[in-house]
Unconditional design. Sequence first.
Length: 212
Amino acid sequence: MLLPTQNVLRDLRDPVTGVLNQTTLLEMQNHIFLGGGTDVNTDVTLPAGTAIRFKPNMPIDLNAHYFNRTNLILQGRNYVNFYTVPRTSVQNEVKMLDLNNLDIYIPPFTRRTFTKNFTFSTTTRVVLLTSHFHKLGEKFVIKIFGGARNGEIIYTNTDWEHPLVKSFTTPIVLLPGEGLTSEVTYYNPSSVAVAFGLTSQDEMNIIFGYYY
């Protein structure tokens, strides 16, 4: 397994050519996604009684990326604060939801909606949801898939730069075979088709969240 050296800054792209650094890309494939945000001041507060477990000496890889639309060289800064709770106050240890729809293609001058269902093989209790898309994203809707609440909208976001982070004090309970549906609408006003990709000129379509 290829893992990065600790305390070393690594560019995903060559600063001069813009070509992807394959070593950095491979290192990223061996990560377990912990959390993220688009808003400059993202606040992810889990419901009472839940927490993420950090094992002793567990390394954390910070992936910060920016787009600079000026002709100036800007200095990027990124801070992440973690807040602990007493072990005795935790009833449920949560894990990360990372539900990604890669199959997106938006032709020039077109508005298009993409829908994908994600099902779970075991009972899943969702306690927090947020979303991630880029500048062409107009609306990100998350629905319950299957069961008595099939089709119920539980999350809506219309601001790609400041996505809603929604906690559920009463968890969304999904039984085996049930899941979540992402329904995401984009509008491409340019003369160039846009698909999934890693840059600010590409698009993404991801449900993030936490569950137990």
